[in-house]
Design a protein. Structure first.
Length: 410
């Protein structure tokens, strides 16, 4: 389980963790706008959306060890391209490649292995540990990488040159590349090599039964829940830029502010998973969506102004709710009575729909931030998050209603 946790976050270090922590620096070093970065994220999302569907059956048929190790090595190789500081067009192609490497061979295999580890009794705890542990890994790396970046930068940040910033940031990228490659080795030597042919007839993948499961309304409602929760998660990409442009922090302090949000993830996700094994997942998910809606609406109202303390309180509360949902939205399969042997297939479909924000959220945020520079653009971003959170509340309530009326599991 420890290896699954580390690998589950390491595969996303380069495409997502890096620009989330260092967004102002990332934009400056690559010489791109928020919209151009958003288009790179969108390229990732388009490829990922296509890759999710075949990734499910692959995870149900083949060894997680081989799939995940290959994905990590391919992602690390893409990081070497990033060190060359490619132009915006090449950056989009790189993100499209990462959409393939991190999803087709990795994502559904990770979720299936986690659900199998948790079993029937501890499914919520397993997913809580996965996302909470991933959060801890990301927060530790964020702290190390920000500290490294700060140490490599000159003491006078106001007088830093473009060459000095580039040299320091390239070292940070290389750190991410090295760790991703090392985790691939860890996966290869610690995760058992399960062969598809070793399973009994009752565990084999059957298309007709899988189609019966996918026809259930709860599967599609779960996809909608993931969409709404993931919009909120993608909104955290704006934290460091908000701190820079609205609160007036320098780029190092802005990175530390984003890092604070990441440290909320481990306790929030683990606690949510433990509670979910003792309480209905849908109730807890609805409560989390309510918290995100209120916090995002407060930021969108513009009443916070430059108040650092109030912003930090809102950031901690909404981050806790967002990361709790990330520990819950796959654990909800138990409440929906989805059989274990179809986990990969269901995860593939739910992810193909649920992670659509990878396609549209980056360009949308970039458009809003570039069209309305300063506080207005950030307010529009958080208003969007509040709207999706309200939709997530509705989807969670409908899921709970459908579960009470559904047939026994197939």
């Amino acid at each position: 389980m420890a290896t699954l946790i580390i690998a589950g976050e390491a595969v996303f270090f380069l495409p997502f963790v890096l620009p989330r922590i260092f967004r102002p620096t990332f934009l400056g070093v690559f010489g791109i706008t928020n919209l151009q970065l958003g288009l790179a994220f969108s390229a990732y999302g388009v490829v990922a959306m296509i890759a999710y569907l075949p990734s499910g059956p692959l995870a149900d048929l083949f060894s997680a060890r081989r799939l995940m190790a290959t994905a990590l090595l391919a992602t690390a190789a893409g990081g070497l391209v990033l060190t060359a500081i490619p132009p915006a067009g090449t950056l989009r192609w790189l993100y499209a490649f990462w959409g393939l490497s991190t999803i087709l061979l990795f994502w559904s295999a990770l979720i299936r292995a986690t659900r199998q580890w948790g079993g029937e009794a501890w499914e919520g705890t397993a997913f809580g540990l996965l996302d909470g542990g991933r959060g801890l890994v990301a927060a530790l790396l964020a702290t190390v990488s920000v500290s490294l970046f700060a140490a490599l930068m000159p003491a006078d940040l106001d007088g830093v040159t473009d060459a000095e910033r580039l040299a320091a940031f390239r070292q940070v990228i290389l750190l991410f590349v090295a760790i991703t490659a090392l985790v691939a080795c860890l996966v290869w030597f610690t995760i058992p090599d399960r062969e598809s042919g070793s399973r009994g007839p009752e565990q084999m993948f059957r298309t007709t039964d899988a189609l019966h499961v996918l026809a259930r309304p709860v599967v599609w409602l779960q996809a909608l829940i993931v969409v709404c929760a993931y919009v909120a998660y993608k909104g955290l990409d704006d934290v460091s830029l908000y701190a820079r442009e609205v609160l007036g922090m320098d780029e190092v302090d802005a990175a530390y502010t984003s890092n604070l949000s990441m440290w909320i993830r481990p306790p929030a996700a683990v606690a949510a998973g433990i509670v979910a094994d003792r309480w209905r997942v849908t109730r807890l998910t609805t409560l989390c969506f309510l918290c995100v809606a209120v916090g995002s609406a407060l930021i969108a109202s513009g009443q916070l102004g430059g108040e650092w303390t109030v912003f930090y309180l809102v950031l901690v509360a909404t981050s806790a709710a967002i990361f709790a949902m990330r520990g819950l939205y796959f654990a909800i399969m138990r409440e929906g009575r989805i059989p274990l042997r179809y986990t990969g297939t269901v995860v593939g479909l739910v992810s193909a729909i649920g992670y659509l924000p990878d396609v549209f959220m980056g360009p949308l945020m970039g458009f809003l931030l570039d069209r309305s520079p300063g506080p207005p653009g950030h307010q529009q971003v958080f208003a969007t998050i509040a709207g999706f959170s309200l939709a997530g509340m509705l989807a969670s309530s409908l899921y709970a209603f459908c579960v009470t009326r559904t047939d026994p599991p197939v």
